[in-house]
Design a protein around this ligand. Structure first.
Ligand code: AMP
Length: 235
């Protein structure tokens, strides 16, 4: 029988270190949203040394983007396995290129998934990013990958994850030279993605991060949920 699935998806995109993962986690805990981070998925494949992990490891280490086809395959696999469509999903760090956005829309169309699609762009100055990333700590457990900050969100016990008691450490791509590479490539992809969204009349909401705390960013996002997100759907 013909079945149409209706899903609400938020895409969080913005430079590395803008706080996408932290906001996504808060939305999961406080609003019951589901989250999918393509960065977490890639890291998990690398840690497990899967075939995909072997293919993407070098790109991740250098701070460049993983090939669109691999990323799309991961997201497609996740969406097609879904049976519960009641909770909104946050895609953290996806789509990141215009081609990913294009392929994503095609996957949805081919699988009878209709969509409320909300794009949230995180806006933050580069100087703040460098400060944030060099102070970021992550849980080294592949299934947890919780995010902390030495400055604004320290763990209760130094070096230990509050959630799962595993060790915390620095992501290898948070080394300063890799951060610079990640920031250098970001504007081109961002521009292409924004041009694509513009071409399909997809609205993009902006979260201005600056030096705001995670709590303030969450409040700002809740305000967006109440106001601009109540506009008619385009996608
Ligand atoms: P993130 O955790 O979002 O900062 O992503 C870490 C790394 O994973 C990126 O620098 C890329 O190498 C890879 N990655 C994650 N998401 C994507 C994506 N949507 N497209 C391409 N590469 C990605």
């Amino acid at each position: 029988m013909y079945e149409q699935k209706q899903l609400t998806i938020f895409s969080f995109f913005g430079p590395p270190g803008a706080g996408k993962g932290t906001l996504a986690e808060r939305c999961r805990k406080e609003l019951g949203f589901e989250t999918l981070s393509t960065g977490d998925l890639c890291r998990k494949h690398v840690m497990l040394n899967t075939e995909l992990g072997k293919k993407v490891a070098a790109q991740m280490k250098e701070g460049t983007l993983v090939a669109d086809e691999y990323i799309i395959a991961m997201v497609k696999g996740y969406l097609l396995e879904k049976t519960d469509f009641s909770k909104p999903i946050i895609l953290d760090g996806f789509p990141r290129t215009a081609r990913q956005a294009q392929l994503f829309v095609e996957v949805l169309r081919h699988n009878n998934i209709t969509l409320k699609f909300r794009v949230v762009r995180f806006d933050i100055p580069h100087d703040d990013i460098i400060k944030r990333l060099s102070n970021r700590l992550v849980c080294l457990d592949k299934d947890c990958q919780a995010i902390y900050s030495r400055i604004s969100l320290p763990p209760q016990r130094e070096g230990i994850c509050d959630k799962c008691n595993s060790m915390l450490g620095q992501r290898s791509d948070d080394a300063i030279d890799v951060i610079r590479e990640r920031l250098a490539i970001y504007p081109t992809y961002e521009q292409e993605l924004l041009t694509f969204y513009n071409s399909i009349n997809q609205p993009v909401d902006v979260l201005t991060i600056n030096a705001k705390s995670a709590v303030k960013v969450f409040e700002l996002f809740e305000t967006l949920l109440k106001h601009s997100f109540s506009q008619p759907d385009v996608a």
